[in-house]
Design a protein around this ligand. Structure first.
Ligand code: GTP
Ligand code: MG
Length: 344
């Protein structure tokens, strides 16, 4: 048995083997390795994890602070468990340097599921994976897929490039909206429509929730087909030659607190899954997903290498010096750094 205290680099394949056998400790261990600030460890874990299949269904959950993401996750876990499905949760906070403990509050809230072996809950922060959190998260999804979790819920907190890359690792993106956050229509104009496959209007127990629900339904109905998230993801060329129907986001009214609306939400997820499973779309999505994984992993590797090589004393120091002396310009330095990286 691998010694959990040791750095992982030598035995990741063994952890992967145990993960495939459903060993939850191996799952947790591999995710920790993926986040490791030690490059050798994270690379080895990522290499081993790449042999694992992604989960069958990844549902992204996002929304503003206080929208009820954690409460909804808790509710969704219960609903999926009632259907007899195993559930993994990866909660990612790109703004947090912490991991594990960072979302401790959420863990406590989801504590009812803590003793359920059909549930695995894990947080990821930006500790070691600086600039490479999407790469680490995509590997973590494969770890959960490899361990056999049937549904994986991917929660992201925050906005910005990193959060957007991460939420787009999901097959179905569910955006939570709540009444009382100000100008609702403004939210729609800001491009929220393009980011969701399913809208949850949470806090249905509040009197103004119904109004927001109707507003979002109207906005969704009036939205042009180009806003369809899946088509945007698959790119213009695919979208223009695709003759099938565009997905119209489902809008579902839920009270995560009072646990109502859940069955409608599961239905919306099922409908979207069926849409994605149409042969033409599913083949394109598989290839698109792989391309993005390759992109994330390659970016992480190149960035990590470049950080070292451009640091004082690194092997690109002479390029920096030549540029600093004014003998060559910045454009030359960039080309030189790329040339040496690809021939190294
Ligand atoms: N009335 C009502 N309150 C809710 C509902 N769902 C969540 N809440 C409350 O809203 C507050 C925030 O809920 P959380 O689940 O922590 O929200 P969150 O999106 O995870 O928040 P952050 O993690 O801080 O971004 C808590 O006080 C919840 O009890 C709901 O359906 N109705
Ligand atoms: Mg939360």
């Amino acid at each position: 048995m691998p010694n959990p205290k040791r750095s992982s680099a030598d035995n990741c394949d063994e952890w992967v083997r145990r993960c495939k056998a459903g060993d939850r400790r191996a799952v947790a261990r591999l995710v920790t390795f993926l986040e490791s600030p030690d490059r050798k460890t994270s690379r080895e874990a990522s290499r081993s994890a790449s042999a694992l299949p992604p989960p069958k269904q990844v549902i992204g959950i996002t929304g503003p602070p206080g929208a009820g993401k954690s409460t909804l996750l808790d509710y969704l876990i219960s609903l999926f468990r009632q259907e007899g499905r195993t559930v993994g949760v990866i909660a990612v906070d790109p703004s947090s340097p912490f991991t594990g403990g960072a979302l401790l509050g959420d863990r406590i809230r989801m504590g009812t599921h803590r003793t359920d072996t059909g549930v695995f809950i894990r947080s990821m922060g930006n500790r070691g994976a600086l600039g490479g959190l999407a790469a680490a998260a995509s590997s973590a999804l494969r770890v959960l897929g490899g361990a056999g979790f049937e549904v994986v819920l991917l929660e992201t907190v925050g906005a910005g490039q990193s959060a957007s890359e991460i939420i787009n690792l999901a097959d179905t993106v569910c955006v939570i909206q709540v009444p009382g956050l100000g100008d609702d229509i403004q939210l729609m104009k800001m491009g929220v429509l393009e980011t969701a496959d399913v809208f949850v209007v949470n806090k249905a127990d509040r009197p103004d929730a119904k109004h927001l629900f109707v507003q979002i339904q109207d906005a969704v109905r009036d939205a042009p087909g180009e806003t369809c998230r899946v088509m945007r993801q698959l790119g213009k060329a695919f979208a223009s030659s695709f003759t099938g129907p565009r997905w119209t986001p489902e809008v579902v009214l839920v009270s995560a607190l009072q646990q109502t609306g859940g069955p409608d939400l599961l239905n919306a997820f099922r409908k979207h899954r069926a849409y994605l499973d149409a042969p033409e779309i599913s083949a394109a999505l598989r290839s698109n997903r792989l391309a993005r994984e390759i992109h994330h992993q390659t970016c992480r590797r190149l960035k990590e290498d470049l950080d070292i090589r451009l640091a004082p004393g690194g092997d690109l120091q002479d390029v920096v010096d030549t540029c600093a002396r004014g003998e060559r310009d910045l454009a030359w330095a960039v080309e030189e750094a790329i040339r040496r990286s690809t021939t190294a």
